[in-house]
Design a protein around this ligand. Structure first.
Ligand code: URP
Ligand code: ZN
Ligand code: ZN
Ligand code: ZN
Length: 468
């Protein structure tokens, strides 16, 4: 039996803040007890490893429920694979990620899932699970959804955007929702009216508006709000819960809030880029705006306050990254002279815990809310709790020692993501991950990476544990 004791830190979960020692045995949390108390007495003496967390936070490892590793988009692939992406996640205090396996048009879900297992097997530094992107909803796909739920792929992303690629029409969306109402799966919705957006894209390009900032202009707030409203109504008709991904606009959030006020199982996710970046970034000169092209797009600065408010009021429940990096050189550049050819997506898997901690530093959310939106709720939403997302007896010992006092400057020079820029270049943050355990094993030891690729295990998930 291997034993580790983490001593003297402030243990923060979604529910509590307590000064406690944590006893880890064989990869799991065995017990928590007040430092110096009779219960904790003798733990250190019998341990293989004692970690001093005095003056530090001891938090559950982050759960990032939205990543795209080795993801095909716009004729290229996202630049982090499962090895580099999970390593960067660990550096940033995330110990579980849920990546999106992709169904290709004309192919089965099984083929897509097999391909994602082949990409990730024996590559990962941290534990991981899969959602499935549905890009071809038909009779066979619908039957396969049941099989996937039974084997632990319990959530499915559908798109009202990207016609000809991932787009599903309202009938397909309704049928997938009906299926998930039956089999316990959770539908995740990329809500933007892609048909209308494509018209605006064509008109913009014809008028010579080709710069990255027009990506933000054609993907109108109203078209996010409309698709959010429409898919919420479809979910009501189907009697299915709905999780709206990467909410960026106040008007879309209002649709979710209204549904929640009715007592519906409608949930919302936002991402750090919408909390910290804006259309000002998309307008950066010399094609630099391409670094910030993602969908849904960045919005005018005013939307940030609404999103932070949504996180406080629980109209938004989860912050994930939508990590989908493309290098500026050679990838983002595919769209020079035509913003619609810029691969959509931004890096962030390494920055999420720190950026949200900055929300704590700036008084926007509490420490417990930080852990709730970044660890506990994503674990519950996607059937991983309490194995992941908390520190309780029996939980996996995925644990981060976080120093809330370190000052750091975010930079591509020092980050570990396989991408040649940082959207947060030069940003000053207070707080940094110091040490990370994954199932009791050291992955990051006082900012030295110690995990081997292949330590991370695939985790079949249960169904959503967050229904009202
Ligand atoms: O721009 C983004 N978000 N790229 C990844 C694909 C998606 O829609 O999430
Ligand atoms: Zn999306
Ligand atoms: Zn995404
Ligand atoms: Zn291991």
């Amino acid at each position: 039996m291997s034993r580790t004791v983490v001593q003297g830190g402030l243990v923060i979960t979604a529910a509590d803040e307590v000064h406690a020692d944590v006893l880890v045995e064989d990869g799991r949390v065995a017990a928590l007890a007040a430092h110096g108390s009779p219960s904790a007495d003798g733990w250190a003496g019998a341990a293989d490893r004692v970690i001093d967390a005095t003056g530090k936070y001891v938090i559950p490892g982050g759960v990032d429920a939205h990543t795209h590793l080795d993801f095909p988009f716009g004729g290229t692939f996202s630049s982090d694979n499962f090895e580099t992406g999970t390593r960067a996640a660990a550096w940033g205090g995330t110990t579980t990620l849920i990546d999106f396996a992709v169904q290709s048009r004309g192919k089965s879900l099984r083929a897509g899932l097999d391909a994602w297992h082949a990409k990730s097997d024996a590559q990962c530094a941290i534990d991981y699970a899969f959602h499935m992107i549905l890009s071809d909803v038909n009779e066979h796909t619908l039957k396969e959804m049941d099989l996937l739920v039974a084997e632990g792929v319990t959530s499915f992303k559908l798109f009202t955007a990207y016609p000809g690629v991932f787009y599903s029409d309202d009938g397909q969306i309704l049928r997938a929702m009906q299926q998930s109402a039956d089999n316990g799966g959770l539908i995740m919705m990329h809500a933007e009216n892609g048909i209308a957006i494509d018209v605006l894209v064509e008109q913009a390009l014809a008028a010579g508006r080709t710069d990255p900032r027009y990506h933000g202009e054609v993907r109108r707030v109203l078209l996010e709000a409309e698709a959010t409203h429409r898919t919420i109504q479809l979910a009501r008709v189907a009697g299915a819960p709905l999780y709206v991904v990467h909410v960026s606009a106040e008007e879309a959030l209002a649709e979710i809030a209204q549904a929640r006020d009715k007592g519906l199982n409608v949930f919302g996710e936002t991402c750090p880029q919408y909390l910290f970046l804006s259309t000002d970034n998309l307008a950066e000169p010399d094609f630099e705006g391409a670094k910030y092209v993602c969908s849904t797009p960045l919005r005018p600065r005013e939307h940030q306050a609404a999103l932070w408010r949504g996180l406080r009021t629980n109209d938004l429940q989860v912050v994930s990254t939508d990590h989908c990096p493309f290098c500026f050189q050679g990838q983002k550049e595919l769209g020079r002279g035509d913003f619609s050819k810029i691969p959509n997506g931004m890096p962030g898997v390494e920055n999420r815990m720190d950026l949200l901690h900055q929300g704590v530093v700036e008084g926007r959310i509490s420490r417990r809310r930080w852990i709730e939106i970044a660890c506990a709720t994503p674990a519950r939403m996607f059937g991983l709790y309490p194995k992941k997302g908390t520190l309780a007896p029996g939980s996996d010992a995925d644990l981060v020692i976080y120093d809330p006092t370190v000052e750091q400057t975010v930079s591509a020079e020092t980050h570990h993501m396989n991408v040649d820029y940082s959207p947060y270049e030069g940003k000053q943050l207070t707080g940094q991950v110091e040490t990370v355990l994954s199932r009791g094993e050291l992955v990051l030891d006082r900012r030295e990476f110690t995990a081997r690729a292949g330590h991370g295990q695939y985790i079949p998930r249960g169904t959503c544990q967050y229904l009202i």
